[in-house]
Design a protein around this ligand. Structure first.
Ligand SMILES: *[C@@H]1O[C@H](CO)[C@@H](O)[C@H](O)[C@H]1NC(C)=O
Length: 246
């Protein structure tokens, strides 16, 4: 009799624990939401759900984001070290996106009225931030940049920023220790009006057109950096639960 009641007691605890919502919002879980975002199951979302603003803020400012980016950097470096590359005359490239892959916009997104992506995108306000050129580095990625360079890869940055930001972007990168690169590709006026995915696909095609380059690795915080044509031998997704760019 005693054993039986202990069993029911434990069974009740286990059932309660498994059913407990993490965020006191039945039917909506912010970790599930973030996972859906990171796996590209969730697409074309415009703002972080109100219920997850605080969750995303804690994630981005806390240890987990740093550990998650470091894990991506470690995996990318392990691949770079062992990538089976044909011996030919082509130059092996490692591609990086810029915003929130190498240059962090976290100080911008942490502002109360931006709320980690919980309020609609304000292009005017964001342009003022970009002009300042004071982004910190995304943790772990500067180290990856240096390590892949030491393995002999040439770096190409493909950014959705406009050509008018070349000087400020160059200064910001160099100040942080991103000292050299093969190319910093920025948006031309002729690139206007296409999605980021199409724009980046076009830039990668142009890189490959002359036959001098091979894209080996490709690192980005948006799936639009990493899907489509000529993405490279392997892609690496840096976490970003603050915004979505198609
Ligand atoms: C966007 O940002 C600008 C500059 O900070 C501000 O003046 C404007 O009111 C903002 N627009 C909206 C819709 O919040």
């Amino acid at each position: 009799m005693k054993v039986l009641s202990l069993f029911f007691f434990l069974a009740t605890i286990i059932a309660t624990c498994q059913g407990a919502p993490h965020h006191h919002n039945p039917g909506f879980d912010c970790l599930s939401w973030r996972l859906a975002v990171e796996t590209n199951n969730m697409r074309h979302w415009s703002v972080v759900p109100q219920a997850c603003v605080s969750y995303v803020g804690h994630y981005m400012l806390g240890y987990q984001y740093r550990k998650d980016v470091q894990a991506v950097a470690d995996l990318a470096y392990n691949f770079a070290k062992t990538a089976p590359l044909p011996r030919d005359l082509r130059t092996n490239l490692w591609i990086f996106d810029v915003a929130d892959t190498v240059l962090s916009n976290l100080p911008y997104y942490a502002q109360p009225d931006v709320a980690f992506g919980g309020t609609p995108y304000n292009s005017t306000k964001f342009a003022i931030w970009e002009q300042k050129g004071i982004s910190p580095a995304v943790p772990g990625i500067l180290d990856l940049y240096k390590k892949v360079q030491s393995l002999g890869f040439k770096i190409v940055f493909i950014s959705g920023r406009s050509e008018s930001l070349r000087e400020v972007t160059t200064k910001n990168l160099k100040n942080l220790g991103f000292t050299t690169w093969e190319k910093l590709i920025l948006k031309q006026t002729s690139d206007a009006g296409t999605s980021s995915q199409i724009y980046k696909e076009k830039k990668r095609s142009e890189l490959l057109a002359k036959g001098f380059y091979r894209i080996v690795g490709n690192v980005g915080d948006q799936w639009s950096d990493l899907v489509g044509e000529h993405v490279g031998i392997r892609t690496f997704k840096v976490p970003n639960p603050m915004y979505y760019i198609s």
